[in-house]
Design a protein around this ligand. Structure first.
Ligand code: SAM
Length: 430
């Protein structure tokens, strides 16, 4: 691997006698990990069903596993949201958030969603999670992952940290700032990151991180936490960044700092710092302005009665174009940010009938009484967009791999029409 000389010189100076071990780690292949989605299945049950070998747990977390060279991104269980593929050292941030107050959580730099979905698991459907990504194209990928993982208490937005900070002063119990960085911990995994590295880029990243942290700090509530993380080793972006932050923000103190290197941890490397804000005022109390539509709600309730075993909990919100959402309690007013996902999209009312949305199946399909269970092979056909011939009562159904929903179908006279969104289907060769 052709690592930049200036990078190697910096690492030699930083690591001293540990530098040879660090350098030797580049001869190995990257470590790969999988986090079981505990919103949908227990780690024990997943381990019993996993169609590929699972290695040891990562960092002692029962839901996180090392995996081998398989490519499980095209497996029906992945479509069902039973797991998220995540680099093992990146799992540290989520586990550092365990035990913290998480009634109101903001993931400020969230795409593609590894840490958002990890936080969502820790929240177990309680409280409100705002996942923000400033880059709109990346926010769409984040939104898809939130949907696939069946997270019901999350809004996905796209806004700058400044816009959000103006909207949410002293609001969140926990703000995660997984900042864009020089990516020194990505070199083994993505060789393209190597030519992008330069000392100038490290300095540029550090300036941007300071700005992000200053905005993040404004949004942390009294006694709340700020979790800062990067996937780089440069002190300017890690330890020194935190040191400078604490000088600018005496209202914060350091709780814990972790630095993982590829020679000290079976992963690509990560930095995490947990900071706590002292007591102060909580300022922002505006809730999401829910829009009611009695006729649309009546149509949805009729669908719900037929489709689900029990009514869903949450507040219904109907847009002017008929799209309906189930908004979790405590969702704040999000005006000012582009909104990509609000709680769970239930479907759309066209003035006559209610048509369910894919997100409804992914978040609540497990509670449907109209479930069509497929084998793993049949599920692959469905994921390719095929219709199915099945003896099933007419109407909508949650199509499942075994008992885990992967999408919606509509049965008419023994043919189940495929309602999987086109962009989510398996492509040729998968
Ligand atoms: N937390 C994500 C995860 O676990 O999947 C990874 C986040 S990645 C390290 C950093 C993100 O910050 C990128 O998606 C990038 O688009 C976003 N970003 C870039 N510039 C930013 C800025 N100035 N403010 C906030 N976010 C920014």
């Amino acid at each position: 691997m052709n690592l930049p000389q200036a990078f190697l010189d910096r690492m030699r100076e930083r690591l001293g006698e540990n530098f040879p071990a660090f350098l030797a780690s580049y001869e190995g292949s990257p470590h790969r990990g999988l986090r079981v989605n505990t919103l949908k299945i227990s780690p024990e049950e997943f381990a019993r069903r996993a169609p590929f070998p699972l290695g040891e747990n990562v960092g002692g977390d029962a839901a996180c596993f090392y995996i081998g060279e398989e490519k499980p991104g095209a497996d029906p269980y992945h479509f069902a949201g039973l797991y998220y593929l995540q680099e093992p050292s990146a799992m540290t941030a989520g586990s550092m958030a365990n035990g913290l107050n998480k009634r109101r959580v903001l993931d400020l730099c969230a795409a593609p969603g590894g840490k958002t979905t990890h936080l969502a698991q820790a929240m177990a459907g309680e409280g409100v999670l705002i996942a923000n990504e400033v880059n709109y194209a990346r926010a769409k990928i984040l939104s898809q992952n939130v949907e696939r993982m069946g997270v019901a208490n999350c809004a996905v937005v796209s806004a700058s940290p400044e816009t959000l900070a103006a909207r949410f002063p002293s609001y969140f119990d926990l703000v995660l700032a997984d900042a864009p960085c020089s990516g020194e911990g990505m070199f083994r995994k993505e060789e393209n990151a190597i030519p992008e590295w330069s000392a100038e880029n490290v300095a540029r990243c550090a300036v941007r991180q300071s700005a992000i942290l200053d905005e993040a700090a404004k949004m942390v509530a009294s006694s709340g936490h700020l979790l800062y993380s990067t996937c780089t080793f440069a002190e300017e972006e890690d330890e020194w960044q935190v040191e400078e932050f604490l000088k600018r923000h005496p209202e914060f103190s350091l709780v814990e700092m972790r630095k993982l290197y590829p020679h000290t941890f079976r992963g690509e490397g990560h930095f995490c710092a947990l900071l706590r804000k002292q007591k102060g005022e909580m300022l922002c109390k505006k809730f999401f302005p829910v829009r009611k539509n009695t006729q649309a709600e009546r149509a949805f309730r009729a669908f719900e009665e037929d489709f689900f075993r029990a009514p869903l909990t949450g507040t219904l919100h109907t847009l002017a174009d008929g799209r309906m959402y189930l908004v979790p309690a405590g969702m704040p007013d999000l005006s000012g940010a582009s909104l990509l996902r609000l709680g769970v999209e239930l479907g759309a009312w066209d003035g006559k009938i209610f048509k369910p949305a894919h997100a409804l199946a992914m978040a609540f399909g497990k509670n449907a009484n109209r479930k069509l269970s497929l084998s793993r092979d049949e599920a692959k056909n469905f994921l390719r967009g095929e219709a199915l011939q099945k003896d099933f009562p007419d109407g909508w159904c949650a199509v499942c791999v075994e008992e885990f929903p992967i999408g919606l179908g509509k049965c008419v006279g023994g043919t189940v029409k495929n309602h999987l969104p086109k962009g989510l289907r398996l492509v040729k060769g998968q």
